[in-house]
Design a protein. Structure first.
Length: 356
């Protein structure tokens, strides 16, 4: 891990009771004991924090709305006198699981009293918190929306993935997705749309899918691909230990086909930052930085729209490349990592001044 080699970064690992692998009986048992696990997690963090002298606790959270370690860390931090306790929520806030709504409301009540600030990576994410949680109901927590920023690297465009494509197809257009293999990511929608293309367009394209398998989704996709007789048109890569922007630079078109929700859409922003054209679905916070001026935005799950977009990309690639230039300028000007860092520092300093 690159970060481990940084002199000013120290890692402290702990064993979380929430992420242990269990069989069906174990999962059923653990489901109803999650409130107990939450208390255990508070105790674990209290021990960790008591050995350090922190000024700021910044918790990074994916989906909020269930039993998680981040609220436990904030409650533990209050007991060890850490002055600033903030949480960053990257994805949507989901509704409380069955039988757990009342308990989670109580946790949110106390959590909101101890939390210094709440940051979301999009307005869309903040809206899900207001809709599905009582965390902001009491108007105690200072909130901020700080969009993700992308490091601006000057990588050149080349085949970093070392794609072994038949020499007869050297001029073929490589379209791809870079995300975990999960049903909600829309890989199947892309495959179905591709199958509806005429043979003329299929000859011009190859699909590259990069991402870790989740819940045996790859097996289901490969079965679908075989039934559609597309084995020679789709290439899978598992996790690739490489800067994701280099992976995207190996593609002629990045697709983000998420069906339900994206807190931000980082792969889209990364593609924009390196000038790779993008076709994306209008979900969550995507339209807060991406639109039809810098790519193509379509409704999720629309197979015909995906097919028509692929045809248009083949026929009018120059127009897509021109929009990618606009996209790169937008990211460099408004959504780069330096801007994001400055916004975080201003936010933390504002909270610090109020706690003095």
């Amino acid at each position: 891990m690159i970060l481990k080699r940084k002199k000013k970064i120290k890692f402290v690992f702990y064993d979380s009771p929430f992420v242990r692998k269990r069989n069906f009986l174990g999962k059923s048992f653990a489901y109803f004991f999650k409130p107990i696990f939450f208390i255990i997690t508070i105790i674990k963090f209290k021990k960790i924090f008591s050995k350090s002298n922190f000024d700021v606790l910044l918790c990074e959270c994916g989906n909020y709305g269930r039993f998680r370690s981040e609220p436990a860390a904030v409650l533990a931090a209050k007991r060890t006198n850490i002055p600033i306790k903030s949480i960053v929520i990257h994805h949507e806030c989901v509704k409380a699981p069955l039988f757990m709504g009342f308990v989670l409301k109580i946790i949110n009540y106390f959590f909101s009293k101890k939390l210094s600030s709440l940051i979301t990576v999009s307005n869309a994410t903040k809206e899900t918190i207001l809709k599905n949680s009582n965390l902001l109901k009491y108007n105690r927590v200072k909130t901020a929306v700080i969009h993700n920023g992308v490091p601006i690297n000057k990588f050149i465009r080349k085949n970093y993935l070392d794609l072994k494509i038949n020499k007869d197809y050297e001029s073929i257009l490589k379209i791809g997705m870079v995300s975990r293999l999960s049903p909600d990511k829309g890989h199947e929608d892309l495959i179905l749309a591709f199958s509806k293309l005429s043979s003329e367009y299929k000859k011009k394209l190859v699909i590259i899918i990069v991402g870790e398998d989740e819940r045996n989704q790859k097996f289901r996709l490969e079965k679908k691909i075989k039934n559609l007789n597309l084995q020679n048109k789709i290439i899978f890569f598992n996790y690739v230990d490489m800067d994701s922007k280099k992976i995207i630079l190996s593609l002629d078109l990045l697709l983000s086909m998420t069906r339900s929700y994206e807190g931000f859409g980082l792969s889209i922003a990364e593609a924009m930052s390196v000038g790779t054209p993008v076709l994306a679905t209008d979900v969550g916070g995507v339209k807060e930085f991406f639109d039809n001026d810098c790519g193509r935005l379509i409704k999720p799950g629309q197979i015909e729209d995906i097919k028509n977009s692929l045809q248009d990309f083949c026929d009018n690639k120059k127009q897509w490349d021109d929009k990618a230039i606009i996209a790169r300028e937008r990211i460099e000007k408004n959504f780069n990592a330096e801007i994001m860092g400055e916004k975080y520092m201003r936010h933390i300093n504002l909270i610090a001044n109020k706690t003095k």
